[in-house]
Design a protein around this ligand. Structure first.
Ligand SMILES: Cc1cc2nc3c(=O)[nH]c(=O)nc-3n(C[C@H](O)[C@H](O)[C@H](O)COP(=O)(O)OP(=O)(O)OC[C@H]3O[C@@H](n4cnc5c(N)ncnc54)[C@H](O)[C@@H]3O)c2cc1C
Length: 469
């Protein structure tokens, strides 16, 4: 089919600008921009409407003491082929995350050194964590990728939280705390907030617990020295005027033949729409007519977690001289996990810390000076008094970002997948769904954002150009 017309925005009679394109993509995060890139390359006219005045969504570059850092999505690892291929194509280099030296665990009020991923807090806890991991991975193999509701015991898995399952499995307090650190940092929630079906589906989509939590050989293996937002910035640069910033989509009127999208003061007539915002934020868009019931209610049942991250910079990475990697796992608020993302032994030294779950909700309400004090105190508990003298400090509260609604990803509660999951990625007439959370592999990650964008673009090409999906 011929493209409807060029994507160039033109002025209408009144204040509103009216334009026609083949496809409107709502959201200029990595997923939406990947979809737009593919459709543009396939000869379809596209317009990306973005609420913020920047691209990249949950990726955001910043500097601390002059060093590039990521305030959002940061790491990539083996098996994340789609984002790896995109990074290579766009010339976005990656760098191994620093692992040299011992890790630290702050556990039951004591700091201990260890090597590897799982902190050796006690032999009993270690053995129990392994037992729990094996049980969870046995369950995950029953949960089909992209169709968790088809698991033979889906209803049972979706009727319990991770916390209630741990209790039933008689997990030790140590194993429960460790799973708690994982839910706080991976989903921004507590174990009693997400369903076991969601947890095990996610594990399956990542290839298991170790690929998800490991640094070497796992999802934290590499990062982008120029920042992960560069992926979106470079995609947007190629799309040029086809990306409209500061234009929140508020209304989508649709029929089987097409849609009219209202984005800021621009009204766009199009043949198809891809909505790439986090599932919870779909509910802020008025769809006329109303979406089918499952699609309409889903945003209420797909909440984002809450996470904040902090970066502290020092003259030098003094912990390296003490034989430490800069990685910490902690069972106590405010900082549950840290990484060393500094450039070299000469300095500046840079530590990233994650504040997730229920404490992140409290943390966000504290005055900025108090937040900084608490974060520095935690770093000092881990690395000693030298951590109280930073040369720079920055932080990001994802729970207070209106166009993210939290982060890092959706913390899906019991009952949601089995009741509404079928509507997560299923198109409705001309409306298709992208966004990392709709991916079958690595959902909630940069890789999932890319593969979901690619899948949504394929769906549209099948519909419009008859290309096989
Ligand atoms: C603190 C943190 C750490 C993370 N760490 C990692 C990591 O190490 N590795 C990893 O792989 N992933 C990580 N992630 C997750 C990763 O960043 C996301 O999965 C990914 O960036 C999501 O991309 P997306 O395009 O699907 O969604 P988003 O990035 O959320 O993009 C959606 C876009 O839609 C826009 N939007 C929303 N509503 C509207 C509207 N009504 N109209 C128009 N535009 C709208 C938003 O402004 C945004 O630009 C992390 C995330 C956070 C927050």
């Amino acid at each position: 089919m011929r493209p409807l017309c060029s994507a160039a925005v033109r002025r209408g009679d009144g204040d509103a600008r009216v334009t026609d394109v083949d496809v409107v993509v709502v959201g200029a995060g990595l997923s939406g921009l990947t979809a737009a890139r593919d459709l543009d390359a396939a000869g379809l006219s596209v317009l990306v409407t973005e609420a913020r005045d920047r691209v990249g969504g949950r990726t955001l570059n910043a500097t601390v003491a002059g060093v590039n850092v990521d305030l959002g999505g940061t790491f990539i690892g083996p098996g994340q082929d789609r984002v790896g291929a995109l990074a290579a194509e766009l010339g976005c280099a990656t760098h191994p995350t620093r692992t040299a030296g011992d890790n630290l665990a702050f556990w039951n009020g004591r700091v201990r050194r260890y090597s590897g991923t799982i902190p050796r807090v006690s032999p009993v806890t270690l053995a129990d964590v392994e037992r729990v991991r094996l049980q969870l991975e046995r369950i995950m193999r029953r949960v089909p990728l992209g169709r968790p509701w088809d698991a033979p015991d889906a209803a049972e898995l979706d009727a319990q939280t991770v916390a209630s399952w741990l209790e039933k499995a008689r997990a030790t307090a140590g194993a429960r705390s460790l799973v708690g650190v994982i839910t706080k940092t991976a989903w921004g929630c507590e174990p009693n907030e997400i369903s076991l079906l969601h947890f095990t589906h996610y594990l399956h989509a990542c290839g298991g617990l170790n690929p998800m939590v490991d640094t070497e050989g796992g999802a934290q293996q590499d990062h982008f020295p120029e920042g992960a937002q560069q992926l979106s910035v470079r995609l947007a640069d190629k799309l040029g005027e086809k990306v409209l910033l500061g234009a929140p989509t508020t209304r989508i009127e649709w029929s089987e033949d097409g849609a009219t999208v209202t984005a800021g003061d621009t009204i766009i007539n199009c043949r198809n729409v891809i909505v790439s915002v986090p599932p919870a934020l779909r509910g802020r868009i008025t769809f006329a007519p109303l979406l089918p019931m499952l699609h309409d209610v889903l945003p209420q049942r797909w909440p984002q977690g809450v996470i904040s991250n902090v970066y502290v910079a020092y003259e030098t990475p003094f912990w390296r001289a003490a034989g430490l990697s800069g990685q910490v796992v902690s069972d106590a608020a405010p900082i549950y996990g840290t990484f060393d993302t500094g450039p070299s032994d000469d300095g500046p030294g840079v530590l990233l810390g994650f504040v997730g779950g229920s404490y992140a909700r409290d943390f966000a309400t504290l005055p900025p000076a108090e937040r900084k004090l608490r974060a520095l105190s935690a770093f000092a508990t881990f690395f000693g008094a030298a951590a109280l003298n930073p040369i720079d400090y920055i932080e990001q509260q994802w729970g207070q970002e209106p166009w993210s609604g939290g982060g890092p990803t959706s913390a899906v509660p019991p009952g949601a997948w089995t009741s509404y999951g079928r509507a997560l990625a299923a198109p409705v007439g001309p409306i298709h769904w992208a966004g990392s959370e709709t991916a079958d592999k690595w959902p909630g990650y940069l890789d999932g954002a890319v593969s979901a964008g690619e899948r949504a673009a394929r769906e549209i090409r099948t519909r419009v150009q008859g290309v096989s999906a």
